[in-house]
Design a protein around this ligand. Sequence first.
Ligand SMILES: [Fe+2]
Length: 356
Amino acid sequence: MRSRTAFLGLLLVAAVVQAGCARMDGTVEAEPEEANAFSYDEAAMPHARPWTLEEFENNPEEFQFAIIGDRTGGANVQGTFALAIGQLNLLQPEFVINVGDIIEGYAEDPAELSAMWEEAEAMIAKLNMPFFFTRGNHDVSFPGGKEAWRERRGPNYYHFVYKDVLFMVLDSEDSPRPEPPPEIRELTKVYKRLQTEDPEAAQRMLAEFMSDDAIVAALGRPVEFPEDQMAWIEKTLREQADVRWTFLFMHEPCWENPSGSFKQIQALLGDRKHTFFAGHLHYYDYDEIDGVEHITLGPAGASWHHDGPGNVDHLAWVTMTDEGPQIANIALKGIFDRKGLDPSLFGAYDRKGPSQ
Ligand SMILES: [Fe+2]
């Protein structure tokens, strides 16, 4: 027993020496709690040192996550979304959130719908970190779509807290929406085929589809949130009043043409620190409304709807800091692995816009 006590004492002394600020050999460590994080030979650099600060950006309260936009609504045949999944594994965010439209949907045949989900879930299963889903119109807005979602992905809206930050995933597809043209399934198949056989014809077809009055009206519609979802939003905000930030995700950027219920959501948020993210328009857009950032992501493989600087496949890379979120957008064609850019993959990153 005595020898065991002596051994523990020796361990304690060794630990104290190890955690000290200065070492007998002249090297130093910044602070005991940061032992081993940064050390150098101080004796070799008594004056000038070839660096600036010694305060590293390693606050344990900070974290990073990625947001990925629409895959579908005319998924591109280059498989951009699948490549983006590999890129996320290179970047190593702590988790990933998608803003909806993961499957092409609008499938009446349950077997066809299951195949769509299995294809998408097989891609997502390659991620090394959690992936959070948001419901998009292509995922659920057709007969059988909502039932398939419930079976595979559970609730249509939900929240979680990570490191004292609230994440709320809303469902913008929860109230009735205009029916898409009945031929949408057939058009999607033709569009997919033309992307390979005649890309210019595919672009013309897409431009014609996107200029259809019904499609333009559906894209700009006010989105109402039903009572049960409003009650959950109100309850969640009340119960999570003390978090340091709130992020809200939804498929459609409801602030573009705000409904009565969306204005109510904005009022419920009040002066709480928060940021909105959406997708659906396949075009990056930034709005600051009453001092609050409302961000619409560009696509990650979905068809391009019109030309302009927002016409880019990308990820949003968010770092949660003490002062609020820092947001970097990374174009997918700007990410390549240690072996360099594979020319055979370049087409997937450098797609042409509708009029090019
Ligand atoms: Fe959409």
